[in-house]
Design a protein around this ligand. Structure first.
Ligand code: SAM
Length: 230
């Protein structure tokens, strides 16, 4: 992957960047997304934040090689701590687990002015992001699900507008994705359903105790939620 030929996943993320503003990409290994956003004229300025020295150096050298250092500021630090309040229009956090993305948002809450657009791309557990957004009065404005290299990814886009409370199924599977119910969505949740049913089978043959009974009733609930949508 390079900035000219961005992955399909990051190319889809880039569609939601607020035009002509400042982008901040947090966890910006190689700074591919900021480079692409500047080179294709989506934004005029960008900040690439990275917490690990190696990826930070890769981002810095990639930006320098492309002569973009005057437009992309590469900053070393954890999560939103590299930002000052109100300096960006779009924040992207991509290619991590949903729990880590939610943790980055929670730890960096005071750096959010509420005027930004958040574009979050979890590899797993998008549910925890939807829960964080709802608990912090951010509203979903778009979602996407896509497959690339036999992996399924979700993209969750949010702004601080009037909050619509999500149902349990919407929290788990995504309100926009449920409405669209495309082939990739069906493939993902059919797979999850099989996975939960297999766990259920194993629990049924396992020793009966309070902990297993609790797990079984959680699974029954999850299975019926997914079946109600599919
Ligand atoms: N965002 C890129 C993408 O989607 O292709 C890179 C994803 S890579 C799997 C995750 C990157 O996030 C790693 O470079 C990692 O060091 C960085 N990262 C993890 N936790 C972070 C944090 N709290 N703050 C900033 N960067 C973080």
């Amino acid at each position: 992957m390079n900035a000219e030929k961005l992955s399909k996943r990051l190319e889809r993320v880039s569609k939601y960047i607020v035009p002509n503003g400042t982008l901040s990409d947090i966890g910006s290994d190689h700074a591919y997304l900021p480079c692409y956003a500047i080179e294709s004229g989506l934004t005029s300025k960008a900040i690439a934040g990275e917490v690990v020295e190696g990826p930070y150096q890769s981002a810095k050298s990639n930006v320098a090689e492309r002569n973009l250092a005057s437009k992309i500021d590469v900053r070393l630090g954890s999560g939103l701590s590299v930002l000052t309040l109100g300096e960006v229009d779009t924040i992207t956090i991509c290619g991590m687990g949903g729990t880590l993305i939610s943790q980055i948002l929670e730890e960096g809450k005071e750096k959010l002015s509420g005027r930004e657009r958040l574009i979050l791309q979890p590899n797993i557990n998008a549910e925890s992001i939807r829960a964080w957004l709802q608990n912090n009065q951010w509203n979903l404005i778009a979602e996407e699900i896509l497959e690339e290299d036999e992996k399924i990814y979700e993209i969750v886009v949010a702004e601080k507008t009037e909050v619509v409370n999500l149902s349990e199924a919407e929290m788990l599977m995504g309100p926009f994705l449920i409405k669209e119910k495309n082939q990739t969505f069906i493939q993902k949740w059919s797979g999850e359903l099989e996975h939960y049913k297999n766990i259920m089978k194993r629990l049924e043959t396992a020793q009966q105790n309070e902990k297993n009974e609790e797990k079984k009733s959680e699974l029954v609930h999850k299975i019926s939620l997914i079946q109600s949508v599919l």
